[in-house]
Design a protein. Structure first.
Length: 95
């Protein structure tokens, strides 16, 4: 299916579900256990763009925290830095 460009997701089934049903299924999914109570209302979709390799020194506990979140920890560090940048720029415009 993927090779032919088709989705593996049953979007008709998802469309037929209520938000409450979706949330209930997410709460039953152990992969979502650590993410259910995070406020995702301000999350944005970030399309992958080429990254510049850099060397950065981080406190060991900060790096350990992000590494403990699993694969993609560098992308999450980038997302945190991007959010800080966006908030800083937004505050400069309004302040």
């Amino acid at each position: 299916m993927v090779a032919s460009g088709e989705s593996k997701s049953d979007w008709a089934r998802v469309d037929a579900m209520t938000d409450a049903e979706i949330e209930a299924q997410m709460r039953d999914d152990p992969d979502w256990a650590d993410f259910m109570d995070i406020d995702w209302s301000k999350a944005t979709i970030v399309c992958p763009v080429p990254k510049n390799p850099v060397s950065i020194r981080l406190d060991a506990d900060v790096l350990d925290f992000f590494k403990a979140t699993g694969k993609g920890y560098q992308t999450r560090i980038n997302a945190v830095l991007r959010h800080f940048m966006q908030e800083t720029l937004k505050n400069k415009k309004t302040g």
